[in-house]
Ligand binder design. Structure first.
Ligand SMILES: [Zn+2]
Length: 94
């Protein structure tokens, strides 16, 4: 079923995390934000990212996140496959 307001997923490329934030290497959108670990009750020793979750750097990450909306779907696009019709490279890539 095609729904007009359904946006295609944007496919980003995960850059290595900088501090507690991981962005897309191409368009700089935030893919993962772990700042809660530093302003919450969890102490993180510098250089020890145990417990933090990051996307694998260099992997293609598909998400429906937009600047206006939190992601409801985010997943790793497996290497070696073409993008589906509802998956479009983000603005910064290609
Ligand atoms: Zn991107």
């Amino acid at each position: 079923m095609h729904t007009a307001e359904l946006e295609p997923l944007r496919v980003h490329v995960a850059a290595p995390p900088v501090g507690m934030v991981q962005r897309c290497a191409a368009c700089q959108v935030v893919l993962m934000d772990n700042t809660g670990w530093t302003n919450g009750t969890v102490a993180v020793v510098e250089g020890d990212d145990q417990g933090l979750s990051w996307w694998p750097a260099g992997e293609r990450i598909a998400t429906d996140k937009t600047p206006e909306r939190r992601a409801s779907i985010t997943y790793v696009v497996g290497a070696g496959r073409d993008l589906e019709d509802d998956e479009q490279p983000c603005a910064g890539s290609n």
